[in-house]
Design a protein around this ligand. Sequence first.
Ligand SMILES: [Zn+2]
Length: 172
Amino acid sequence: MSRRDVLKGTLGAIGLALTGRRAVAEGASSESAIERFVLPKSEWRKRLAPEAYAVLFEEGTERARTSPLEQEKRPGTFVCAACMLPLFESSTKFESGTGWPSFFRAIEGRVATKLDLKLILPRTEYHCARCGGHQGHVFDDGPPPTGLRYCNNGVALRFVPEGEPLPALVGS
Ligand SMILES: [Zn+2]
């Protein structure tokens, strides 16, 4: 085990502790009936491209207007790029003008949220309910019928056009 791994492990433990505190501070984190699929970050790092890993498991943010999925307009399903769980249907995608793929509704039970206090204004982070991979932040300035705007990192999603089979869930 290298010193870097030790450091990463320590930071991970601190992150977990903070996550727990945040969930308490928020009152409750959203629960989900999805069966969790948990892998160590080191394993995800091996399996994913570096830019996908940075967003999904280090809560990074891709640069705006860098994802081809922002302009994706075909009917289909957006699945978690880590574990392949379907998270969004194309019918809930809308043009937000932000430079990130945006949705007004997630498939029920497929994302979970937590309070993110990294910036001055608290934001609501959301992640795949199955693998925990970070997807983006949800805001309350979206269009009807929900008024929500799920602002998603494109690199954390994979698009499956209608008529093509959904990929098998990773680890199932
Ligand atoms: Zn996932």
